[in-house]
Design a binder for this molecule. Structure first.
Ligand SMILES: *Cc1c(COP(=O)(O)O)cnc(C)c1O
Length: 383
């Protein structure tokens, strides 16, 4: 009998409900102003994101995917240029490279953090390498000290994919403040989620800020005179108004995620499952903002555990089941699955559990109990 209360992987309405009145007021102001693009809401959010990222500038755009695309455009990526990135990430990290005629060069991850391995990155550098896109996956920064040392040494452009990681940091230095560009996503399930699509690029470089604004506005300057071939990618005032409300509560949202991660660690430590699963570790302590709480499931039991939890109405998800070097659309690049062994292994073992800020302690307990029951069942079956 499955009598536990359901625990969703995500509950966006639960997070938004306490801010409902604030949202309505902010949206009413936008409606009354008639300024649906640019305007004070967008400018304020750009400043707030720059503040969170400890950068000089924030440039709004239509999505996290566009933030990466625009960064590569502003960096002057040319056809045939190689860009190094992880394979264990969301598709948008690499698709922008291919769209501009560049060549994604996929490298393996560090087994402990799921983030790009600096040694693998360095080994992949050729005389065609122009840029590197480290991803701060699941809310934890990649090893930026090492990565910046290597990239500076080789004169490479660094575009941080911070889509999942606004506010993540290493000893107080935030995601987005290390490289030339930091790319943030406001997709509803990200740590700062809007009510639709939206994105932001942060940078310290005034010239890059200027180029990003040029490329995101059809390369037009002045009006109807096009200097370069850009795209149309804008953050609208409705999204910005909503996000300005939410960014004021982002500290609390991050603490909520960290509190849940700590409780998972505490409860799993008492569960005696250390041989069956591996917990995610925060290499940089409270610098981890836990967009996901991703465990490894050993013994080939990941899919079975996911199904077991599903039957008990406990949400979980696999981020990501197919690494990019194994995607059909990248087949012509000629990778074999075993070329990136840690990436392949991660894709077969990972399972993300509910971690959203408003998740209650009782719900965390239900998830941990579900995992315990699954392994108790498999042990009985084996005996
Ligand atoms: C979500 C995400 C993106 C893309 O952001 P969108 O706003 O959905 O376009 C890029 N990279 C990573 C790692 C992401 O998680």
């Amino acid at each position: 009998m499955n009598t536990n209360r359901p625990v969703p992987l995500l509950d966006v309405p639960r997070g938004n409900a306490p801010m409902r009145e604030e949202f309505l007021e902010a949206l009413a102001n936008v409606i009354d102003s008639g300024r649906f693009l640019f305007g004070p809401d967008v400018k304020n959010l750009e400043e707030e994101c720059a503040r969170w990222s400890n950068t000089r500038f924030g440039i709004g755009c239509a999505s996290g995917s566009d933030a990466i695309l625009l960064s590569l455009m502003a960096a002057g990526l040319r056809e045939g240029d190689e860009v190094i990135c992880p394979s264990f990430t969301f598709f948008a990290t690499a698709s922008a490279i291919s769209r501009l005629g560049g060549i994604p060069v996929f490298v393996d991850i560090d087994a402990e953090t799921f983030n790009i391995s600096p040694a693998a990155l360095e080994a992949a550098i050729t005389d065609k390498t122009r840029a590197v896109i480290p991803v701060h996956l699941f809310g934890q920064c990649a090893d930026m000290d090492e990565i910046m040392a290597i990239c500076d040494n080789h004169g490479l452009v660094v575009i941080e994919d911070a889509a999942q990681s606004i506010g993540a940091n290493i000893n107080g230095r935030p995601a987005g403040a290390w490289g030339h560009f930091g790319c943030i996503s406001f997709y509803p399930t990200k740590n700062l989620g809007g009510m639709g699509d939206g994105g932001m690029i942060v940078t310290n470089d005034e010239e890059l800020e200027d180029r990003l604004r040029l490329y995101s506005g059809h390369g037009m300057r002045p009006r109807y005179y096009h200097k370069v071939i850009g795209i149309n990618s804008r953050l609208d005032s409705m999204q910005a108004a909503v996000l300005n409300v939410k960014i004021n509560h982002l500290d609390d949202a991050v603490s909520g995620r960290q509190k849940n991660a700590n409780l998972y660690h505490e409860l799993f430590a008492q569960s005696g499952l250390s041989g069956e699963i591996t917990l995610p570790e925060a290499k940089y302590g409270d610098g981890h903002v836990w967009n996901q709480f991703t465990i490894r499931v050993h013994g080939g039991k990941r899919d079975e555990l996911k199904a077991f939890l599903g039957e008990r109405n406990i949400g979980s998800e696999i981020y990501y089941p197919v690494p990019l070097h194994m995607q059909e659309c990248f087949r012509s690049l000629g990778y074999q699955p075993e070329d990136l062994p840690e990436t392949l292994k991660a894709s077969q073992q990972v399972l993300s559990l509910p971690i959203f800020p408003e998740l209650e302690s009782e719900e965390v307990r239900i998830v941990v109990d579900g995992v315990k029951q699954f392994f108790a069942m498999t042990q009985r079956r084996a005996a």
